[in-house]
Design a protein around this ligand. Structure first.
Ligand code: PLP
Length: 498
C-alpha cells in the first residue's frame, strides 16, 4: 500500500523535521508513531541509524557470508517476494532446493544409487537443521525402545562441552539430557574415548563437530565411529552419530577429501551444514541430509495439500524466503567443485599468513590447528597487564570486530581471541589487521599496569580564536567514542560466539 502525505517527497528540510520529530516523540517510547511520514524520510531515518552498525566485512566474529557476486544479488532481489513454501506456485524453486540437497548428499558421500534421490531439506540455518536431525534421532530411539518393551522417557545425547548453543537449545526444547564431555587445557574438542564411555542405553546419538565453533578444529569422527561400533557390538545397542558440519561441511570435501568424517562411516546417519557459512550464501540457509530414508521417521514428515498437490514438509517454520535457496544453487553451479576448492584454499592461506603474523609477535599462543576451518584462535601468553578483552575492545576503534571469550568447562580459565577468515577477508586485510593488533598491543603496553584499560574520556580540545571556538576531538578520542557507543549497545546482550 502506498502511503500518501501532504508534503512533497523531495523536501529535505521537511524530512529532517520528520526525523527529529520521530527521534523526539516516538523513539524514546518504542511506540509505533501515530502519523505516517514520507518514504524517503523513513529511509533516511533508518539508514542514518544503521550507519552505527559495525561493517559486516570487518566482522571477524562471524562465519556467515558477507559478500556475494552482484549477479547473485540480482537473483536474490528478484526472488525476495517468493514464499518458499508455496511449492505449487514456485515449482522451479522447489526443484532447485532438491538439486542442492542432492549435490550436498553426493559431496558427503551418501550411499545412493544413480537413480536415487537424497533425503534432506533446506532450513534457515544449522540450528534448525540440528533440531530436525536431533528430533529424528530421538524418535528413532524411542521407537526402538518401545518395540523392545523398554522405557523411553529419559533420552540423552552425548556431545563435547564445545558445542554451539543450538545443541543446548535442542536439548532443552525437546527434553533430551545433554551429556557433555569436558574440555581441558590444551584439548578443546570432544575426546571420542570419553564420549563413548558416556554413552548408555538411553543415548539417542553422539553429536560430533566438524569444525568447532571455538577453534575451527575437526573432531575425530573416524575414531568415534570405530569406538562406538565396538561398544554397540558389545552391548547390543545401536547408537548412531550425527555430524554437525555447520562450518566444516563445505571445507573438508574440498581441502581434505581423504579425511573420513561423513557417510563413508557407517554410524553417521545425518549431517547438517550451514549454507550461509562456507556454503558462501548470505544469512538464512542451512541443510540437513540423512544417510537413507530409514533414518528419517516417516511420522515426522507432514503432508499438506491445500496449496495444490501433495507436499511433504519437515521444517520447523512454514513460510520462508526463496532467495537463499536460489543463491545456494547459484554458488553451486557458478563455482563448481573447482571454485569452492580455490576459495577454501585461499581462505586457508590467508588464515596461515595471519597465524604466522600473530606467532611472530611472540605474545600469543595459537590454539587453532593447521587442519580444520580457517579460523585463528589465540590467547595471550601473559595476561598480567591487560587481557584479550582489552585487545578486542581496542580493535573496535579501527572497525574490527574480533570476539574475545573464555573456553567452556573445564578450560574456562583460558581466554581467547578468534578471527574467522572468510572469502572476503583478503591478504591485504589480514596484513592490516596484524598492523592494528601490533598497534593496540603497543598502546596497551604503554598504559599503567593492572590490566585495567579504562574507556578514555572524551576530552574536547578548544581550537580556534576569537568568538569562533570549535570543539575538536583527536582521532583516538573519536574512535574511543564510537567504541563506547557500540559497547553500550551490546553490553548485557552477549549471546556468546556464533
Ligand atoms: C558448530 C556449529 N553448529 C551450529 C551452529 C549454528 O549454526 P547457524 O548459525 O547456521 O544456525 C554454529 C554456528 O556458528 C556452529 O559453529
Amino acid at each position: 500500500m502506498v502511503v500518501t502525505t501532504t508534503v512533497t517527497d523531495s523536501d529535505e528540510s521537511v524530512h529532517s523535521t520528520f526525523a527529529s520529530r520521530y527521534v523526539r516523540e516516538a523513539l524514546p517510547k518504542f511506540k509505533m508513531p501515530e502519523h505516517s511520514i514520507p518514504k524517503d524520510a523513513a529511509y533516511q531515518i533508518i539508514n542514518d541509524e544503521l550507519m552505527l552498525d559495525g561493517n559486516p566485512r570487518l566482522n571477524l566474529a562471524s562465519f556467515v557470508t558477507t559478500w556475494m557476486e552482484p549477479e547473485c544479488d540480482k537473483l536474490i532481489m528478484a526472488s525476495i517476494n517468493k514464499n518458499y513454501v508455496d511449492m505449487d506456485e514456485y515449482p522451479v524453486t522447489t526443484e532447485l532446493q532438491n538439486r542442492c540437497v542432492n549435490m550436498i548428499a553426493h559431496l558427503f558421500n551418501a550411499p545412493m544409487g544413480n537413480e536415487e534421490t537424497a533425503i534432506g531439506v533446506g532450513t534457515v540455518g544449522s540450528s534448525e537443521a540440528i533440531m530436525l536431525a536431533g528430533l529424528a534421532m530421538k524418535r528413532k530411539w524411542q521407537k526402538r525402545r518401545q518395540a523392545e518393551g523398554k522405557p523411553y522417557d529419559k533420552p540423552n545425547i552425548v556431545t563435547g562441552a564445545n558445542v554451539q548453543v543450538c545443541w543446548e537449545k535442542f536439548a532443552r526444547y525437546f527434553e533430551v539430557e545433554l551429556k557433555e564431555v569436558k574440555l581441558r587445557e590444551g584439548y578443546y574438542v570432544m575426546d571420542p574415548v570419553k564420549a563413548v564411555q558416556m554413552v548408555d542405553e538411553n543415548t539417542i546419538c553422539v553429536a560430533a563437530i566438524l569444525g568447532s565453533t571455538l577453534t575451527g578444529e575437526f573432531e575425530d569422527v573416524k575414531l568415534l565411529n570405530d569406538l562406538l561400533t565396538k561398544k554397540n557390538r558389545e552391548t547390543g545397542w545401536d547408537t548412531p552419530i550425527h555430524v554437525d558440519a555447520a562450518s566444516g561441511g563445505f571445507i573438508a570435501p574440498f581441502l581434505y577429501p581423504n579425511l573420513k568424517w561423513d557417510f563413508r562411516l557407517p554410524l553417521v546417519k545425518s549431517i547438517n551444514v550451514s549454507g550461509h557459512k562456507y556454503g558462501l550464501v548470505y544469512a538464512g540457509v542451512g541443510w540437513v541430509v540423512w544417510r537413507s530414508k530409514e533414518d528419517l521417521p516417516e511420522e515426522l514428515i507432514f503432508h499438506i495439500n491445500y496449496l495444490g498437490s501433495d507436499q511433504p514438509t519437515f521444517t520447523l517454520n512454514f513460510s520462508k524466503g526463496s532467495s537463499q535457496i536460489i543463491a545456494q544453487y547459484y554458488q553451486f553451479i557458478r563455482l563448481g567443485f573447482e571454485g569452492y576448492k580455490d576459495i577454501m584454499e585461499n581462505c586457508m592461506a590467508n588464515a596461515r599468513s595471519l597465524r604466522e603474523g600473530i606467532e611472530k609477535t611472540g605474545r600469543f599462543n595459537i590454539l587453532s590447528k593447521d587442519e580444520g576451518v580457517p579460523v585463528v584462535t589465540f590467547s595471550l601468553k601473559d595476561s598480567s597487564r591487560f587481557t584479550v578483552f582489552n585487545i578486542a575492545e581496542d580493535l573496535r576503534r579501527f572497525g574490527w570486530i574480533v570476539p574475545a571469550y573464555t573456553m567452556p568447562p573445564d578450560a574456562e580459565h583460558v581466554a581467547v581471541l578468534r578471527v574467522v577468515v572468510r572469502e572476503d577477508f583478503s591478504r591485504g586485510l589480514a596484513e592490516r589487521l596484524m598492523g592494528d593488533i601490533e598497534r593496540v598491543m603497543k598502546e596497551l603496553d604503554g598504559k599503567p599496569s593492572g590490566g585495567t584499560v579504562k574507556a578514555a574520556h572524551v576530552t574536547a580540545a578548544v581550537e580556534g580564536a576569537g568568538n569562533e571556538k570549535r570543539l575538536k576531538k583527536s582521532v583516538e578520542e573519536s574512535q574511543r567514542e564510537i567504541t563506547t557507543y557500540w559497547k553500550r549497545l551490546v553490553d548485557g546482550k552477549r549471546t556468546g560466539v556464533c
